[in-house]
Design a protein around this ligand. Sequence first.
Ligand code: 13P
Length: 256
Amino acid sequence: MRQPMVAGNWKLNGSQSSIKSLIDDICSGASELSEVAIMVCPPYVYLPLVADLLQDSSITLGAQNVSEHSSGAFTGEVAAGMLKDVGCAYTLIGHSERRAIYGEQDAVLAHKFVAAQKAGLTPVLCVGETLAEREAGQTESVVQTQLDAVLKIAGVQSFNQAIIAYEPVWAIGTGQTATPEQAQAVHQFIREHITQLDTAVAQKVRILYGGSVKADNAAELFAMPDIDGGLIGGASLKAQDFLAICRAGHESARAT
Ligand code: 13P
């Protein structure tokens, strides 16, 4: 069985003092939530601080982005090996904000995915359609194109050490969550697409849902058969909200 995961993507938020108290509160509540894997993704500069704060905890650390390069003259970039060096186990790749605001395209994201794995990080590949694409009936083809770019370069076996996050762009930060049925349909499509290449990999790979997940809708999303947890934005910045979502993940594991 796939263990549920709840990951907090803090985006461009936080300070040393707010992060210390957030981690403190999350750690005290998370100790009893043994059935869910919990991860947090702070801004780069706070990664060593959070790694230190998480030292005695089972909560893992992820970055929000990574360079496709391993070293050299790439001003402003951070390499996967550096993230590993400061205690990261994961990195997000291709979040829709990276795709839309910073123009990151499928080809470069595939190279980031490979670079992350080469350094021993588990990539969390984010995919998802815009509202216009959904309304044009293109959800599956958009998601498939995003997946195929990585499958082509990294191969299906690489998804033994990767996570997929389905985040419909229209649900991110809008308060408009996909219904459990809408989300499940795309998660199922993703798993079936991978099944065509390798059944065992498809059964193993975690697919997280992201987009306005809150304490009051997490349980019904996580109850769907192909939803293995969530990637949480806004609600991950408040310890009690985040913990309530983690608890929904914990309970969903106990229910199966
Ligand atoms: P919200 O939970 O704020 O909608 O953000 C989702 C997200 O982008 C997580 O990566």
